[in-house]
Design a protein around this ligand. Structure first.
Ligand code: 13P
Length: 336
């Protein structure tokens, strides 16, 4: 077993998943302002430190994706953030792309940037303790989108990123996110997501990326958020599994879904059925941002100094529910 494969498995084994706490400062500002908390570096740290020191980290969270600001911050107890995460038994990771910008030649689509100087930045993150990394490509669905240009150029960037990350002895999370926004059908989502993922793997193979040493972070197959289609959770699970079975090479050790704007319970319920019906060798788990943090953030915002324990309790419960879901052992009754 290669070292990278071992890291990937350690992050996702035993029902563990990933906490995506890598919101850029501007996204985190939106999240904090939505609960009426001022977005200062101190407040961003305080909320994140609250989650990272929660007991649920040890049992349910195999890895935490950090943002550049956070990986360099020092906690109130004078610990470095990656050290705190490692001490809790989890692996520190880092988002290394620098965001999605307008794609020249297709102004309604985006291309993710951040390849220039990446090799040097990776060395720095490795020294700071990062064991894995993330890069997100983003695609929207409409009649003409995602275009061939967007599918091709984002796959190329994801592959070049992955090759550089493995060269630096870290596990790349490959995240091609086909957005939920729009009125498209689940069938359309299935078709476009399949095309996007297949193209990513063609490019990853071309760039000689070790498929055993990466984690795929895809969207689930859902109907668009403005679609009138009624699709059952069973159907979501079956379509998602069909898409992944057809598009992902069997060497890939694990798949960790993004939540993509689903509610906390919806994301958990869908993951549970995907895991329950999972007839592949892939570990199915979570790499949730909003679906792990929303309720905790809301509670914390009511009194950011005093509500630490209560916030951790809420986070522990969400992490536990998702961990059960990753093993197909979740049920609604367990939520109360
Ligand atoms: P969500 O689970 O909130 O979609 O965030 C996951 C993520 O990391 C998006 O890049």
């Amino acid at each position: 077993m290669s070292e990278l494969n071992k890291i990937a498995l350690k992050i996702l084994n035993n029902g563990k998943g990933i906490l995506a706490a890598d919101e850029s400062t501007s996204t985190m500002t939106k999240r904090l302002e939505s609960v009426k908390v001022q977005s200062t570096a101190e407040n961003r740290l305080l909320f994140r430190e609250t989650l990272f020191s929660a007991s649920g980290m040890t049992e349910y969270i195999g890895g935490v994706i950090l943002y550049d600001e956070t990986i360099k911050q020092i906690t109130s107890k004078k610990n470095k953030i990656p050290e705190l995460i490692s001490a809790m038994g989890s692996a520190p990771g880092i988002k290394v792309d620098t965001g999605a910008k307008v794609l020249a030649g297709s102004p309604n689509e985006k291309i993710t940037e951040g390849l220039d100087g990446l090799r040097e930045r990776l060395k720095e993150y490795y020294k700071l303790g990062a064991k894995f990394t993330k890069w997100r490509g983003v695609y929207n669905i409409s009649k003409d989108h995602p275009s061939k240009l967007s599918i091709q150029s984002n796959a190329h960037a994801l592959a070049r990123y992955s090759a550089l990350v493995q060269e630096c002895d870290m596990v790349p999370i490959v995240e091609p996110e086909v957005l939920m926004d729009g009125d498209h059908s689940s069938k359309e989502c299935y078709k476009k997501t399949s095309e996007v993922i297949k193209r990513c793997f063609e490019e990853l193979i071309l760039h000689k990326v070790d498929l055993k040493g990466l984690i795929l972070k895809p969207n689930m197959i859902l109907a668009g958020s403005n679609s009138k289609e009624k699709i059952s959770k069973e159907e979501v699970a079956k379509l998602t599994l069909k898409c992944l079975k057809e598009s992902v090479p069997s060497e890939v050790p694990g798949i960790a879904f993004l939540s993509g704007g689903q509610s906390e319970i919806e994301a958990t319920e869908n993951l549970n059925l995907i895991s329950k019906y999972n007839d592949t060798k892939f570990i199915m788990s979570y790499s949730f941002g909003r679906a792990l943090q929303q309720s905790a953030l809301k509670f914390w915002s009511q009194d950011t100094q005093k509500n630490i324990e209560g916030t951790q309790k809420i986070f522990n419960q969400r992490a536990k529910m998702n961990s059960l879901a990753a093993q197909g052992k979740w049920s609604k009754e367990l939520e109360s």
